[in-house]
Design a protein around this ligand. Sequence first.
Ligand code: NAD
Length: 421
Amino acid sequence: MDHFFDAPAFSQASKQFKLIADYLDISPSMREPLFWPKRCIAVSVPVKMDDGSIANFEGYRVQHHLAMGPTKGGIRFTPTLTMGEVAALAMWMSWKCALAGLPYGGAAGGVRVDPGQLSVAELERLSRRFMQEMIPFVGPRSDIMGPDMGTNERVMAWLMDTYSAYLGYSEPGIVTGKPVSIGGTTGRREATGMGVVYLIERAAHLIKLRLAGGSAVVQGFGTVGSVVAHGLAYRNGMKVIGIGDSSGAYFDKTGIDIWRVQSHVLENGDLRNFEGAERISANNLLTLPCDVLVPAAVGGVINRQNAAKLQCRILAEAANGPTTTEGDRILFERWNEIFVIPDILCNAGGVVVSYFEWVQGLQSFFWTRSEIVDRLFRTMEQAFVAVTRRAKQQKIPHRISALAIAVERVMKARQEFGLFP
Ligand code: NAD
């Protein structure tokens, strides 16, 4: 089945799984069912463009396992999306939910499209048609969608509306990350970033690193990266000396004004032509000397070429799969220098608050912001303690520890049932 999933992210997820399966000494007969996705759906998404032509896009959804509840996972609108990338994201989501103790299997999905090239009306038609094609495969009790790269609250609202129109009544449980006015939860938009900042604070405390006055670099200034940059600069008094997005990277050793970045991105859509810092090459961004490095954009950016050159004390993996297996091997050797907060722990805040949103929607009973933030931090804390404790006891890297806890939990659930889920 390998060729079907051919993609760098899938091969990364697959090598990672093998490493954990070897470490946990999982029997060959259990490995395959634990690893392969339960279902993969590919759909054709024809969209009428504003000029009257019809464009056809490919859409995907992968549901990894059903042993712990419905599946849950983001929707990505990116120009290079493949079934393999989606399958990797679904698998990581399974591990992430298990690590955070959420009653979900992992899923992921999306459309291979550059949303920046579409008008708002085209984007709406694309989102609605994608959901229309997905209706037979998803549901509030079977597979729940959420936002990821290239999608946002507005896209979630269109997905929910299309599903609700099909049912004939409003069904908020079909998506999370929707606007608060239609049943979304307060705090969801910032949840991933808040969780990342919380864990950076915890890690800094553990290694006795003073954040105030220290330096940080953040790659990606979208939903996650912007919240992290704000949290590090204004909650912790750090200098954000480097930022970057798909349009370029910028540096200022005295600290970049994050409010200025925010308003520039709001006005222009991205960092292009930002004048508040010096333009540097994107390749140099991640290797800048800094206390905290946060990749919050695409996968595979820390790899064989640059892992040995990283000059940070804490690497907080806000993105999914930012470190390749080869990059990881180098980081394993540097465990004494760099405290890695692995992705399935680091960015779990998003799915944790998505879970809160789903529960609130099912009960039509809404919580206050402080209840949400408090429960989010408690969940992140439990996962952080479990990961760092096991890593210390067994003298293993944090990523191995996090994945081992998660894979063990999923395996246990699957063994209770036998072969089917
Ligand atoms: P987003 O679309 O809001 O923002 C993505 C950012 O990355 C943008 O600033 C974009 O310009 C930048 N980017 C894209 N390609 C780039 C490249 N090649 N080099 C540098 N920058 C690039 O997405 P997001 O929701 O903030 O997600 C960012 C990452 O966090 C993704 O890996 C996503 O899977 C992960 N994540 C997101 C959530 C969430 O709640 N949104 C939850 C968990 C994990």
